[in-house]
Design a protein around this ligand. Structure first.
Ligand SMILES: NC(=O)c1ccc[n+]([C@@H]2O[C@H](COP(=O)([O-])OP(=O)(O)OC[C@H]3O[C@@H](n4cnc5c(N)ncnc54)[C@H](O)[C@@H]3O)[C@@H](O)[C@H]2O)c1
Length: 349
């Protein structure tokens, strides 16, 4: 460890207060000394929760007045790129909530600023550290279903998560998209981690089933093909229940995570275990955030690891954009280009 690192949270909304702060408080190697939030009530909440914290109305005021090692950006998506660019100008490392950005062009600007500044840019890919995903990885490594060939991720929600400010999740200019941005981003990096191959083709169908007047989709079905594996992602905010179900099919069986149930199906069908927390429980997941901080810390401490998470985020961004392009063209299959063709070489600094 390289000593105590001082940081600030930019955007002290629901996920920052309920998902990030509880973990920052427990860490001995990181300390939150300041908060920037546009809303006075959120700044007041930060002052009541974090003894001695200094608060600011904007990231510019924050960066002008504080000497920081890092910022933790948790504004709605449209605020991510401006805050990252400002942090890069100040030479401050960045941990940023997903989606890193939603526009390829905006990301290219971010990427070049981050490279130029030599800072770490790390996106919160917290579902990787969920008990469910760690369990799946372990069971697959033990050969429980043999060679994996099909993955189905199903996320059903009765509406979208609440936000502290007006419902930005259904505003295209703030959210950058609908449920595909909000949940799809998570499923993309989980999928990439399981496939361990580069995706080859993407096809998506988008719909507005409940929020018919919204600017963004509330339902999405997305197919991602890999050389030796096919995945189907089904997402909706138009369900009457809250449920998350994963199905992983291999040559020798089928593994199912149905909220807190882990089941083996096929010839040797049996329940395997119950998870401590259901996959669909809660929206802020403080129990998964320590894994994110540990991954951020390792990129800070070990220059050889830098850029690993950023490449993962680049794949998510690319898949997201291809899925929207397919959805806009009657589900036309989109070939996935090489990452280097989109972003001009590796993200490593
Ligand atoms: N990884 C996860 O599991 C997870 C879960 C929930 C949310 N998120 C992500 O976290 C981010 C925030 O989501 P949320 O649910 O906490 O939203 P929220 O609406 O509850 O909070 C956003 C906060 O940002 C503040 N804000 C807005 N614009 C700002 C700006 N320009 N400068 C400073 N502050 C600003 C708002 O006042 C508000 O307090 C989003 O990107 C979302 O996708 C991730």
């Amino acid at each position: 460890m390289n000593g105590l690192r001082n940081g600030a949270i930019v955007g002290f909304g629901n996920v920052a207060a309920n998902g990030h702060l509880p973990v920052w408080r427990e860490r001995r190697d990181f300390r939150i000394v300041a908060v920037a939030d546009a809303a006075p009530d959120r700044r007041a909440l930060a002052e009541s929760l974090i003894p001695g914290v200094r608060t600011y109305a904007s990231h510019d005021d924050l960066l002008r007045n504080e000497r920081l090692d890092f910022v933790d950006i948790a504004t709605p998506p449209a605020g991510h790129a401006p805050a990252i660019l400002a942090a890069a100008r100040a030479g401050v490392h960045v941990l940023c909530e997903k989606p890193l950005t939603t526009s390829l062009d905006e990301y290219r600007g971010v990427r070049s600023a981050v490279r130029h500044a030599g800072i770490v840019l790390h996106t919160v890919h917290n579902w990787k550290y969920s008990e469910a995903f760690l369990t799946v990885r372990q069971l697959l490594a033990e050969g429980s279903v043999g060679r994996l060939h099909t993955i189905a991720f199903d996320t059903a929600r009765d509406g979208c998560s609440s936000s502290t400010s007006d419902n930005w999740r259904v505003q295209a200019a703030v959210a950058g998209g609908g449920i595909l941005v909000d949940h799809g981003w998570h499923t993309f990096y989980l999928l990439l981690g399981l496939a361990e191959e580069q995706p080859s083709r993407v096809r998506a169908t988008l719909a507005r089933r409940r929020f018919v007047d919204a600017e963004v989709e509330d339902t999405a079905v997305c197919h991602v093909e890999f050389p030796s594996l096919a995945a189907e992602i089904r997402l909706t905010w138009a369900a009457t229940e809250r449920r998350t179900r994963w199905r992983l099919v291999g040559d020798d069986g089928e593994l199912v995570i149905d909220d807190d149930h882990v089941l083996l199906e096929g010839k040797a069908a049996r329940p395997l275990k119950r998870l401590t927390t259901a996959l669909s429980a809660g929206s802020h997941h403080p129990e998964w955030f320590d894994g994110v901080v540990e991954s951020f810390r390792s990129e800070l401490d070990e220059p050889g690891l830098r850029g690993t998470n950023q490449v993962e985020a680049e794949w998510c961004l690319l898949l997201l954009n291809l899925a929207y392009a397919s959805g806009a063209r009657d589900s036309l299959p989109m070939e996935v280009p090489a990452l280097s063709d989109c972003f001009d070489g590796s993200a490593q600094t």
